[in-house]
Design a protein around this ligand. Structure first.
Ligand SMILES: [Zn+2]
Length: 246
């Protein structure tokens, strides 16, 4: 017994063997492999929450803008950046999604397959925000820029789409028409009738894509006309149609 105790006391003085060290390193690597993805996902969730909070600020800002500019109803600011210049949203950092690695330099363009979404070419950060505040991660659906994808002309089925009479259709004008009359003129068999405000996006963030190779799996965060959040694919209309009561 006494001999055994002595041996046990002496043993630590030898230190770790190479094998023991390798086993410890392997265990640490295994734990890190388990924990790091969890940390990355929780960081992603936190960033999505911050983006939602910013989208919410935009919506509230638009409502405030609408209240303080006594024009005709349903009037929206021509630029998202207007709310920065009018000190409704005084912090320019609120225009950057924390998931946007370009820090707003690519504007409201989707991070992938941008050519498939020509509508985003006129999003904020591209040409809808003033040059001294050019950086934004968000696509503002109601911006005042000329709408390049609009194919209906200034008059559709007897409805004047060019409400400000400047001879062309802006995003804002096109969006009002789309919300009120639906998309059958754009998509043929698409939805024909008023889109619910809960499903009609005002500001969109394209920086939440999950699978780079699949458009269908893209998750885009939207804030709707009534302040509701909803995730959708790039073609939000297709999802909205599913939920519109017929
Ligand atoms: Zn975002």
């Amino acid at each position: 017994m006494r001999i055994l105790v002595n041996r046990m006391r002496r043993a630590p003085a030898k230190g770790f063997t190479l094998i023991e060290l390798l086993v410890v390193i392997a265990i640490i690597a295994l734990l890190a492999g388990l924990i790091l993805p969890v940390l990355a996902e929780s960081r992603r969730r936190a960033r999505i929450t911050q983006c939602q909070s910013q989208l919410s600020q935009f919506h509230k800002g638009i409502v405030i803008w609408n209240d303080t500019h006594d024009r005709f109803s349903e009037r929206y600011p021509d630029r998202l950046g207007t709310m920065y210049f009018e000190k409704i949203i005084p912090d320019a950092r609120a225009f950057l999604c924390p998931l946007d690695p370009s820090l707003g330099h690519e504007g409201g363009k989707p991070p992938i397959a941008a050519s498939q979404y020509p509508e985003s070419d006129e999003g904020p950060g591209v040409n809808s925000l003033p040059t001294d505040h050019p950086y934004s991660s968000y696509l503002y659906e109601f911006n005042g820029a000329k709408c390049s994808w609009w194919s209906g002309g200034t008059s559709v089925s007897g409805v004047n789409v060019d409400t400000n009479g400047d001879g062309s259709v802006s995003w804002q004008e096109a969006k009002f028409y789309q919300q009120k009359y639906g998309d059958s003129f754009l998509y043929g068999s698409g939805y024909d009738g008023e889109y619910p405000r809960t499903w009609f996006p005002v500001v969109r963030c394209f920086w939440h894509a999950k699978l780079p190779d699949s458009n269908a799996e893209q998750e885009i965060m939207n804030v709707a006309m009534d302040g509701n959040f909803f995730p959708s694919g790039p073609k939000w209309e297709l999802e909205a149609i599913k939920y519109v009561p017929k």
